[in-house]
Structure formats: C-alpha cells, structure tokens
Ligand binder design. Structure first.
Ligand code: NAD
Length: 251
C-alpha cells in the first residue's frame, strides 16, 4: 500500500474531491483526519468509510479554514489522534462569482479570498511548522484550478485566489525544502462534484465538451493523482503544478 503508516489531513474532506481522496488514502493504508466546515458531514464520511473495512483509519474534525486558530487546532488534533502528521491536502474551497463591475467587495471578494486563498496559506503555515518541529519530511498538496492560470467568465475572485495557491506552493517548496518538505498544487478542470452541480445542465454539457474525453473528470481520478503525489514515489515532484484537467489547458 502506497500510503501505509502516513497520517494526513484532508480539508473539505466531507464532499467531492476531498471525500474521494479520503477514500483513496484509506485504501492505501493512511490514517486521515477528515476536516470540514460541517462536522456532521465529516463524521458521516468517517463512519461510512470505517464501515467499508478499508486498511487505514479516519477521524472527523470541524474546521473553518479561513480562521487560523481553527487550522492550528486541526493540525494539533491530527497529532493528538494519530501521533504525527505527514501530509496535508489543502482542498476546501468555494466557487461562484459575478461580473466584476457588479461586485460588492464584502460579498463577492473578501469571503472567497478568506476561504480559497487565506485557508490554503493557513494550512501551509500550520502544517509546515508541525513538519519542522517533528523533524520528519512532510508533503503539502493544495487544490488550485485551471482558473488559477487563466481568466474565465464570472471568476475574477476565484481566479485570484487559485493563482495565489500556485504562488504559495512555489514559495513554500523553495523555502521549506531545507526541512524536507515538498509542496505541490493541482489544477483540476471540471470535476463532477457539488460545486459544478449548481450549474445548469446546458452549462455542464459545455464544461464536459471542453475536456478531451468529452466528460467531467471523476473525483476518484483526482484522488488517484493526489495519492501518488503524497507518496514517496513522487519525491522528485516539488514546487510545481500538476494539471489534472482532462487536457483542458492544452487547447
Ligand atoms: P465540494 O463542494 O464537493 O467540496 C468542498 C468542501 O469544502 C465541502 O465539503 C465544504 O463543506 C468544504 N468547505 C467549504 N468551505 C469551507 C471552509 N471555510 N472550511 C472548511 N471546509 C470548507 O467541491 P469540490 O469540487 O470537491 O471542491 C474541492 C476543491 O476543488 C475546491 O478547492 C475547488 O475550488 C476545487 N476545484 C473544483 C473543481 C470542480 O470542477 N469541481 C475544479 C477545480 C478546482
């Protein structure tokens, strides 16, 4: 098993990409703290995964990633429950947007920046300190987006936050390599999760048509890549962006 003996935190772990990644990590032998703004859904995910009898283990944790003290408490909880931390997947996020000139900054900019940008910074900072203090290697994987590398309709704030995730990843890799810490960002394209399901069937069909297999990426396919990146098999991948977008960014 690829992640046997590893302890991971997965934020946004109750749903979508996060949930699929929890399932994959546990099948690969990891112990995973499922961290989400909804404790109820995190606990439900933990219970359902435990019932499958998969190799690893799970525990649930409530966190609002936009609050640094809560992110610090989340890291402390992983160490308290599982004894250490090896991997953090900064994945929690929100999407949506309005035309730029219709923005009310307090509604259309600040809240999303707090979750999608500040939340990743806090995860990198809190987990980075834990890895350094443990004196063991650590892996930081963070979810950006194809929109972190390009402009898109109604994505002004989302694109800014997701671009910051890529910048944080490069800088963290550069600065933390001295502690044996790796940092990698992933850029999913269109993945069939709650974030996408809020859109009309017509728009979802357009999204699918813009990917090379003419369909949305499955959350489990993102999870497979994240599990590889978290494993020692990816030790040479650092400070970079891994595109898991079904070819979207290639054309
Ligand atoms: P999702 O809505 O299924 O999952 C997001 C999870 O994050 C939910 O469980 C939600 O409760 C949690 N969350 C939201 N705000 C939080 C907060 N403040 N603190 C803690 N948890 C919080 O959506 P998803 O598609 O699985 O999204 C996961 C990540 O992937 C997000 O960062 C999203 O921007 C990114 N992404 C998604 C797609 C896509 O097409 N689905 C594409 C590119 C990037």
């Amino acid at each position: 098993m690829r992640l046997e003996g590893k302890v991971a935190i997965i934020t946004g772990g109750a749903s979508g990409i996060g949930r699929a990644t929890v399932e994959k990590f546990v099948r690969e032998g990891a112990k995973v703290l499922i961290a989400d703004i909804s404790l109820e859904r995190a606990q439900q995910a933990s219970d359902e995964i435990a019932a499958t009898g998969a190799a690893g283990a799970t525990a649930a944790c409530q966190v609002d990633v936009s609050v640094f003290t809560e992110v610090e408490a989340m890291v402390a909880k992983a160490v308290e429950v599982f004894g250490k931390l090896d991997v953090i997947f900064n994945n929690a996020g929100i999407a949506g947007g309005k035309p730029l000139l219709d923005h009310d900054p307090s509604v259309d900019y600040e809240p999303m920046i707090r979750v999608d940008q500040d939340g990743v910074y806090y995860g990198i900072l809190a987990a980075g300190r834990q890895f350094r203090d443990q004196g063991t290697p650590g892996v930081i994987i963070s979810t950006s987006s194809i929109y972190g590398e390009q402009a898109a309709e109604l994505s002004f704030t989302y694109s800014a936050a997701k671009a910051a995730v890529i910048s944080f990843t490069r800088s963290a890799a550069y600065e933390l390599a001295q502690f044996g810490i790796r940092a990698v960002a992933i850029t999913p394209g269109r993945v069939g999760t709650a974030i996408i399901n809020q859109f009309s069937d017509e728009l979802k069909a357009t999204f699918a048509a813009e990917q090379m297999r003419n369909k949305m990426t499955e959350p489990s396919e993102i999870a497979d890549v994240v599990a590889f990146l978290a494993s020692d098999e990816a030790n040479a991948i650092n400070g970079t962006v891994v595109h898991v977008d079904d070819g979207y960014s290639s054309f």
